[in-house]
Design a protein around this ligand. Structure first.
Ligand SMILES: [Zn+2]
Length: 300
């Protein structure tokens, strides 16, 4: 079992709906409950600029590196630029790469799990960042795996928001199956087409959500992926400030079990990343993320 995390994910972005302290809180809670142990944890190296360049344009990366984003760029990113912010997210991309690669060090084809206590920055496009996502960690990690010879990859994106950046990145790459199930009437307004998009009505609740998920997962696994990335967003939760799908904590845990079970049944390596979570009480977000990790590691 591999758990990737760095305390440097807690970045100062000022007063913000995005609680970057959630990463260290999830890590601390998992240690305290004994779900993970210090010896399980690996601290990543930052993604290299060359790795980021597998997805992002040189022009965009220059702007991020040099701090020359325009006012529009920064408004779209919805994060204040700082060297610390860029380094923190570069490290977080490195975390998803580390989790993805670590799953293949053993060179077997069985089910195994790597969890990243970070990542899921699915709104980042090749040429710009948006919605708190400067770089698209899962897209970069998928490109890294492709460079190492993987032919088929699937992304299961269950954040409440559509995975627009990921869908766009792989729009014309049939080797990567992008599945997003999200709240239809929510950010982002423009939802580039992924391999499978399920836009749910407001207030779908547990039953409606889980029924749609059960219908969709066989289509994802029919792609015969050699690696599955799971974005286990906590923001479909009923008390989330940015989501309106109204799932309970039990419903979210059932969701996690369903995804993890489908990947395990197919004996495919799984990479779990956290993605969004903006519950009114940050303790709810922490509990939802911890439940996901518990389920993932219990299945391993
Ligand atoms: Zn989200």
């Amino acid at each position: 079992m591999i758990v990737v995390y760095s305390p440097r994910y807690q970045i100062d972005i000022g007063p913000h709906v995005f609680p970057t302290r959630k990463y260290s809180l999830v890590h601390a809670a998992l240690l305290e409950s004994g779900v993970i142990h210090p010896a399980d944890c690996v601290e990543p190296a930052p993604a290299s600029w060359a790795d980021l360049g597998l997805v992002h344009t040189a022009e965009y990366l220059h702007k991020m590196r040099d701090g020359t984003l325009s006012t529009e760029d920064t408004a779209q990113l919805e994060l204040p630029w700082s060297a610390e912010m860029v380094e923190g997210f570069r490290l977080m991309v490195g975390g998803t790469i580390e989790a993805a690669i670590s799953n293949f060090r053993l060179q077997t084809s069985d089910f195994r799990v790597a969890v990243h206590l970070g990542g899921g920055l699915h709104h980042a496009f090749p040429n710009h960042g948006e919605g708190f996502c400067p770089f698209n960690d899962v897209a970069v990690a998928a490109r890294v795996l492709q460079a190492r010879g993987l032919e088929r990859i699937a992304v299961v994106d269950l954040d409440v928001h559509h995975g627009n950046g990921t869908a766009f990145t792989f729009e014309s790459d049939p080797r990567v199956f992008t599945f997003s199930m999200h709240q239809q009437h929510n950010y982002p307004l423009w939802k580039p087409r992924g391999s499978l998009d399920v836009g749910l009505p407001d207030g779908a609740h547990d039953d409606g959500y889980l029924a749609e998920l059960a219908r969709a997962l066989p289509a994802v696994m029919a792609h015969a992926p050699q690696c599955v990335f799971y974005l286990a967003g906590a923001d479909p939760y009923e008390d989330d400030q940015l989501g309106g799908l109204r799932l309970t904590k039990e419903g979210l845990r059932a969701r996690d079990r369903m995804v993890i079970g489908a990947v395990r049944d197919a004996a495919v390596p799984l990479v779990v990343v956290l993605a969004g979570g903006y519950a009114r009480r940050v303790t709810d977000t922490i509990a939802i993320h911890c439940a996901t990790i518990e389920e993932a590691l219990a299945a391993a």
